[in-house]
Design a protein around this ligand. Structure first.
Ligand SMILES: Cc1cc2nc3c(=O)[nH]c(=O)nc-3n(C[C@H](O)[C@H](O)[C@H](O)COP(=O)(O)OP(=O)(O)OC[C@H]3O[C@@H](n4cnc5c(N)ncnc54)[C@H](O)[C@@H]3O)c2cc1C
Length: 462
């Protein structure tokens, strides 16, 4: 028993050392070399990181002249090959930072390569804050907008819906500035998968800095499924984490408060917690058969952990503290808000009937509809059902995605553009009624199709 424990312990420590070396790759100065789970490689020899608009345009002109393909590269935090280029990458790693703050309008303008955590710092310095944020803040603002990245709160749209003005460099090297009232082009460009151009500058609508009170309670899954509309309607931001083995549902409700930050874990404790969670994740990903039991135990004892209630600055509460973005894969589907409970029940029924692997949690979030042609939220409020998977071998990732995609398709489920992704252009056309208009705009802005790649061709037929 003791030797078994020691073996697991030493294995975990060595794996941690390995993971830290991997993480240092992501954290290293320079554009990403791989995506989040190291499944995709961005060849550094072909990555260019210009620091001026002229240089970006110069690269586009050159690529066009030489018949080369180009993909914009953000921070590589996507689980699919949408950022992969046959020829060159344009990373905005060196094209980031604050451009302007308009405190009267509460608007902030940043360069396209600015990370969300940097954006939060700039905003906070001027007494402002973003209204919504995703679970992590390592993404670039350009990448986040390109894929329709969102948070959770049915009264709030995705980050794209907070964009007031957007600067793009098109496939012909032209600089295009789009404002909210340029309806057609703006609606096309709000979520554009890096096809309409490289997003170089973004003005975002912020609000006055605010604090949030987060409360976490665990209910039965059935309670969440039956009452989700009441729960979601009762708070400004709500998300569910479902542990399907014990049929438990952790509900996070978050509301604005005038209280000062409290119940923050003290720094050393927070660091230790991060390491412990990291070790759990590592263990589950190496021994996925233990993940189900592990998640069950974590949920069982979650309520005895500290921080069931906490107050903090909005940018500390909206993303997940201590988020470990390695060692798992996500598939996420946006289903109409009204179908939320039915879709989740179907997913769980099929899991039980066919023993399809699910060994992490299901996260459920809520996002308001918008008018962007390729947005998951196009003309409808959605419930986002995210299926997390430890140990994402290619075989299981595909099986898992395809199975659950077929289930949610009957509700018009739209897969998240930054996560596991596959569909045919016909399906895409059914899910996005404005797809043909989008392609028309794309062909005008990128007549030589320099921004196309294999994935985008296969799913959209661009
Ligand atoms: C751990 C983790 C947690 C996540 N949490 C959430 C979440 O809470 N909510 C959510 O909605 N999503 C979430 N995502 C998905 C993530 O927000 C998106 O995949 C986002 O696109 C990643 O941004 P990036 O800068 O890494 O872009 P990349 O992954 O580098 O690129 C994504 C796409 O955007 C294009 N692109 C990048 N930069 C630009 C630019 N400047 N101009 C035009 N196109 C560009 C790329 O070509 C590519 O097609 C999460 C991802 C991870 C790994």
């Amino acid at each position: 028993m003791l030797s078994c424990f020691l073996w697991i312990f030493s294995f975990t420590i060595s794996f941690t050392a390995y993971s830290i070396s991997q993480m240092s790759q992501h954290a290293a100065n320079g554009p990403p070399i791989t995506n989040t789970d190291d499944a995709i490689f961005y060849d550094p020899e072909r990555v260019f990181a210009p620091s001026s608009l002229d240089d970006i345009r110069g690269l586009i002109h050159k690529a066009r002249k030489n018949g080369h393909k180009v993909r914009p590269l953000g921070s590589g935090h996507s689980w699919n090959t949408m950022a992969v280029s046959d020829d060159i990458y344009i990373s905005l790693y060196n094209y980031r930072g604050l451009v302007n703050v308009d405190t009267d309008r509460k608007q902030i303008t940043v360069r396209g390569g600015t990370r969300l955590w940097e954006l939060n710092r700039y905003a906070s310095k001027y007494g402002l804050a973003m209204t919504i944020l995703p679970s992590i803040t390592n993404q670039t603002i350009g990448g986040a907008i390109a894929t329709g990245t969102h948070g959770s709160g049915i009264k709030y749209g995705s980050l794209s819906s907070f964009v007031v003005e957007l600067e793009l460099i098109t496939g012909t090297g032209k600089i295009l500035t789009l404002k909210r009232n340029d309806t057609r082009l703006f609606d096309a460009a709000g979520v554009s998968l890096g096809l309409l151009g490289i997003i170089t500058k973004v003005t975002l609508q912020c609000e006055e800095a605010f604090n949030l009170l987060e409360v976490r309670h665990t209910y039965s899954l059935q309670h969440c499924l039956d009452q989700y509309k009441d729960i979601v309607g009762s708070s400004q931001y709500v998300k569910f984490w479902i542990e399907f083995n014990s049929k438990a549902c952790a509900v996070y409700t978050v509301n604005r408060t005038t209280e000062e930050p409290r119940n923050r874990p003290p720094q050393p404790l927070s660091d230790i917690l991060t390491v412990i969670l990291e070790l759990f994740q590592l263990f589950f990903s190496v021994f996925p058969s233990t993940a189900n039991t592990g998640m069950k135990l974590l949920f069982k004892y979650a309520d005895v952990l500290p921080n069931q209630i906490r107050t903090d600055y909005s940018f500390n509460v909206l993303p997940i503290p201590n988020y470990i973005d390695e060692y798992h894969t996500e598939a996420e589907f946006a289903v109409p808000y009204d179908d939320c409970s039915r879709a989740i029940s179907d997913v769980l029924r099929v899991k039980d009937e066919h023993n399809i692997p699910l060994n992490h949690i299901i996260e459920v979030r809520f996002v308001k509809g918008d008018s962007f042609w390729l947005s998951n939220e196009y003309q409808r409020d959605n419930c986002h059902v995210t299926l997390l998977l430890h140990n994402p071998s290619d075989y299981y990732t595909r099986l898992y995605f395809n199975t659950y995609y077929q289930i949610v398709l009957k509700y018009g489920g739209r897969p998240h553009w930054g996560k596991v992704l596959a569909m045919s252009p016909d399906e895409a056309r059914r899910l996005y009624p404005k797809l043909d208009e989008f392609i028309e705009v794309y062909r005008k802005l990128d007549p030589d199709r320099i921004f196309a790649n294999d994935l985008l061709e296969s799913i959209l037929g661009v």
